[in-house]
Ligand binder design. Structure first.
Ligand code: HEM
Ligand code: HEM
Length: 183
């Protein structure tokens, strides 16, 4: 079992990071939509705490993932040489955009949450510092940006999912298989 990526395959670290984050991000999107529709109360306050803590964890994971991508370069797209240039450009643009959105979505959540003045306690343990002063006007703007960023992330990941399914079921190549299996 390869830890590192090779010229033609993804190693276990990249695959684990990819799938854990994919499911966690979609879950966090639905979770976020649910808490945004709720009336904050003593009964629901812990849900905000969970959303914020998992979000901070995902922020940590994206830094690890970006570092790992530099340490262990991903394989080239399958059939790189015979794939139309425009398709390669689109695939790379979507991947880079997903990285940027995975970084800024939790950052905007952290900024917005700081602007509310409420504390962020990491899974009920230590305090995560505020990175923005309490500010009601900015709070609204930052939450709107957090929502837009999360929605764009999910929309783009659906496009990315469709591309993976196209390669698997129509082109019948190993693109999806190598993100799931060893080879
Ligand atoms: C990548 C991880 C994250 C995703 C995908 C995500 C997604 C979302 C979504 C979709 C909403 C609902 C927005 C709306 O419809 O108004 C939301 C709300 C919220 N998010 Fe996040 N979020 C993430 C990380 C964070 C982090 C790190 C924090 C704070 C430290 C945070 C704090 C909040 C809060 C407090 C709300 C509720 C806002 C309200 O009551 O209107 N989120 N999030
Ligand atoms: C929020 C959800 C997702 C995000 C943020 C995401 C993000 C990414 C990123 C950034 C890459 C590029 C990896 C790199 O080269 O560094 C990638 C690759 C890949 N993703 Fe996702 N992904 C998500 C969901 C999915 C889903 C649902 C599928 C398919 C069912 C999928 C299939 C793939 C495949 C097959 C690759 C490898 C492409 C190749 O070998 O060229 N992803 N993903």
């Amino acid at each position: 079992m390869n830890l590192r990526n090779t010229a033609t395959s993804y190693g276990i670290i990249s695959r684990l990071l990819h799938w854990i984050m994919a499911f966690a991000l979609w879950g966090m999107f639905l979770f976020g939509k649910n808490i945004a529709d709720m009336k904050p109360s003593l009964d629901t306050i812990h849900l905000y705490g969970w959303h914020k803590s998992v979000g901070i964890l995902l922020l940590g994971l994206i830094f690890i993932r970006m570092a790992w991508r530099v340490i262990s370069l991903p394989p080239k797209l399958i059939e790189y040489n015979s794939t139309p240039k425009i398709q390669i450009i689109i695939a790379h643009t979507v991947h880079v955009s997903l990285y940027v959105l995975m970084l800024i979505t939790p950052l905007l959540g952290w900024l917005a949450s700081s602007a509310t003045g409420f504390e962020i306690r990491f899974f009920g343990t230590f305090l995560i510092p505020a990175i923005f002063p309490e500010d009601a006007a900015f709070e609204e703007l930052l939450f709107t940006l957090h929502e837009i960023s999360a929605t764009t992330l999910v929309a783009l990941s659906i496009l990315h999912l469709l591309a993976a399914l196209y390669r698997h079921f129509i082109k019948k190549d190993d693109t999806l298989r190598r993100m799931i299996n060893k080879s």
